[in-house]
Ligand binder design. Sequence first.
Ligand SMILES: [Fe+2]
Length: 137
Amino acid sequence: MAIVLWNEDMSVGIDHLDDHHRRLIELLNQLGAAVSAGNSRDVTGLVLGELIRYVYYHFGEEERLMEAAGYDDLAAHRQSHRIMAEHVRGLESAYDRDPSAVVAAELHGFLSDWLVHHIRSEDSRYVPCLSGRAGAA
Ligand SMILES: [Fe+2]
């Protein structure tokens, strides 16, 4: 399973959110490793649960900071998060019903592609608005 790497060019200029993105990537890689190693459903499920919880937490934090900064594209960004959260929720329910590695692998592939694209395109657009604000770090 492909490893995702965080690069400096993915930085949004806010340490707090860069840390979140790095943590998300770390959890994604842990999930990929668990699936590739054929780890037990318990192990895969634990990593998957942690990843999903962190996705929700991160979206909430990012939206809070965008709102505080008066970011004018907040509604569209929030919508993008909402669509992603719904997709993740759907995969989570599927995993709960049938915890097969196929679902975890699907989530890994989907989230990896989405996250890297989202950070580089959508998140990068809030950088000028959010960077340098007090309390953002
Ligand atoms: Fe975002």
